[in-house]
Design a protein around this ligand. Structure first.
Ligand code: NDP
Length: 517
């Protein structure tokens, strides 16, 4: 199917939803490079969202009833469908989000890999197992299993419109839940495409993955629509509103929030490799990456060489919307203001831009930000303390890796980070002590592409985990069952127990545990 036909399908699917809910309001998503309309989508109001969740409920029961094998088979059909249409989806991501086609392909391949892993590992991670019953219940068999929660609401951002929501969707589905997904109002076409693809690939349980579109109000309605869990990815400010809305019904939440990730470049680092990784980690996707590198702390010994290597590489980057462009426009025009505010603040406080800055000379239009390298930026500047989400890097000279770590950890965020050092022991020690949910050594962002590793942050970067076994369990309820195998002559949990029974138990416990000091 051609892209045009695919988009017709998407728009038809969305229009069908409008009719079903008699919602008349619509909104447009536009191409950030050209301003062209990408698609028109319904604004789902609170009633429409509740109806969608209502439809998901029987689908959740049917989906759960398929068991691990039935779900694995259908998740494979879904990933097969995505894999066969990767270029169409990448083109849509390019047009709606602005990132280069190749970067769109990268996030789609990662998402497919996660779908494969989640489907393949759900049974082993979540399936029923017998566990040791322990001394006090030795006459019982004990069982543990992780059951689906029901309907999971997923609210996602626009910066990785396939990879990021799929981190919740794939794992929630593999765990046996139905999903109602609310994409960002900046990338509804990609969200609608993903749901249309599901309907096409898994027609017998089509309502197990549905999409609702609209602005933040639609997201807020999803929080209040009776979902069994809400997986949120976005900013801390919105995350707080989502938690407050979910608190009204004690709906559990997963929070994947922003970051201010740092890279540490130690004395013995491969400086060229570190520079290459810092530039990619900081500037790919126009810096709009939650786990992107925003700050670098390079030791005295390597600082000058590192700055030179970074500068040379950044000079070669050209933002644009063509095939050769390194990165695209900012997806949301308003983000440009945040980036400019951070750059202005940094230079006002004494920092200097060796490349880039707030000028827009040579850029295609005002929605682009030049790749910018900032030096000597004071630590209290917004460019060091707040999430910039633009193609910028601050590089700071430090005495040694210990100072780098101290500054890295002096943030309210704690999403991810990177360490560059040739000493394995030193690098692993720094990685362990970095206050973050994820750290990569001698590379950047790698953990996001390892499906068996959990993904998530600490502090203001959120809580809960997607990906890996933790990501599967995140969308389940642990269920404990005991089954009495035979009755003991004395039942301790009965009013009929002999008065001295617990004296005997206390004596045994004293012998077993009392010797430990
Ligand atoms: P926002 O917080 O602005 O929005 C996130 C989502 O929440 C959007 O779908 C948005 O809808 C929706 N929303 C807005 N208001 C409400 C509300 N009151 N109730 C419920 N939902 C609402 O984040 P961005 O889209 O700007 O994404 C960028 C942020 O996401 C960055 O901070 C980035 O670091 C973070 N992020 C974190 C990741 C992680 O895994 N930790 C991964 C990727 C990004 P709408 O767009 O329609 O307003």
């Amino acid at each position: 199917m051609s892209l045009a036909e695919q988009m017709d399908t998407v728009t038809d699917a969305a229009a069908g939803t409008v009719d079903r809910h008699a919602t008349t309001q619509t909104f447009e998503s536009t191409n950030p490079a050209t301003g062209a309309v990408v698609g028109v989508f319904p604004v789902h109001d609170a009633d429409a969202v509740r109806e969608t969740v209502g439809r998901a409920r029987p689908a959740a029961a049917r989906w759960a009833g398929l068991g691990f094998d039935g779900r694995r088979q259908r998740l494979a059909a879904y990933r097969g469908y995505l894999a066969r249409r990767m270029h169409e989806l990448a083109d849509l991501v390019h047009r709606e989000n602005g990132k280069p086609h190749a970067d769109a392909l990268l996030e789609i391949t990662l998402a497919i890999d996660h779908l494969a892993w989640a489907g393949a590992h759900a049974r082993r991670t979540l399936g029923p197992r017998r566990v040791r019953a322990g001394m006090l219940a030795a006459n019982h068999a004990a069982y543990l299993e992780y059951q689906p929660m029901g309907v999971v609401g997923v609210i996602g951002p626009w910066n990785y419109p396939v990879f990021t929501p799929m981190g919740s969707i794939a794992y929630a589905l593999a765990a046996g839940n139905a999903v109602v997904f609310k994409p960002s109002e900046s990338t509804p076409a990609v969200g609608a495409w993903l749901a249309a693809a599901w309907r096409a690939a898994v027609p017998d349980v089509a309502d197990a993955l549905q999409v609702v579109t609209g602005s933040g109000e639609t997201g807020a309605a999803l929080c209040r629509a009776g979902v069994d869990k809400l997986a949120f990815t976005g900013s801390g400010a919105t995350g707080r509103k989502v938690m407050a809305a979910c608190a009204e019904t004690l709906t559990p939440v997963l929070m994947e929030l922003g970051g201010k990730d740092a890279m540490i470049v130690d004395d013995d680092a491969d400086v060229a490799a570190a520079a290459d990784a810092a530039v990619w980690g900081g500037m790919s996707n126009a810096g709009q990456t939650c786990i992107g590198i925003e700050r670098v702390y390079a030791t005295e010994k390597v600082y000058d060489a590192f700055v030179a290597e970074v500068t040379e590489r950044v000079r070669a980057l050209r933002p644009g919307s063509d095939e050769e462009a390194a990165y695209g426009p900012m997806t949301m025009a308003s983000q440009t203001d945040v980036v400019r505010r951070h750059l202005d603040d940094a230079t006002t406080r004494g920092g200097r831009a060796v490349l880039g800055g707030t000028g827009d000379g040579g850029l295609p239009h005002a929605g682009y930000v030049a790749p910018t390298v900032l030096l000597d930026v004071p630590e209290e500047s917004a460019a060091v303390r707040e999430e910039t989400f633009g193609p910028t890097l601050t590089i700071t000279r430090v005495a040694d890796a210990e100072e780098a770590l101290e500054r890295t950890n002096a943030t309210s965020y704690g999403l991810a980070g990177a360490v560059f050092s040739r000493s394995r022991a030193r690098a692993m020690d720094l990685a362990r002590r970095m206050r973050s949910g994820m750290t990569s050594v001698n590379s950047v962002l790698t953990f996001a592409g390892v499906p068996s590793l959990p993904f998530g942050g600490v502090g203001e970067s959120g809580f809960g985990r997607i990906h890996g076994e933790d990501g599967l369990r995140e969308f389940t309820r642990a269920k404990a069952i005991t089954r009495q195998r035979y009755a003991l002559p004395v039942n301790l949990m009965s009013f009929a127990r002999p008065p001295a029974a617990f004296d005997a138990v206390a004596r045994v416990m004293g012998m077993v545990h009392g010797r430990h000091r």
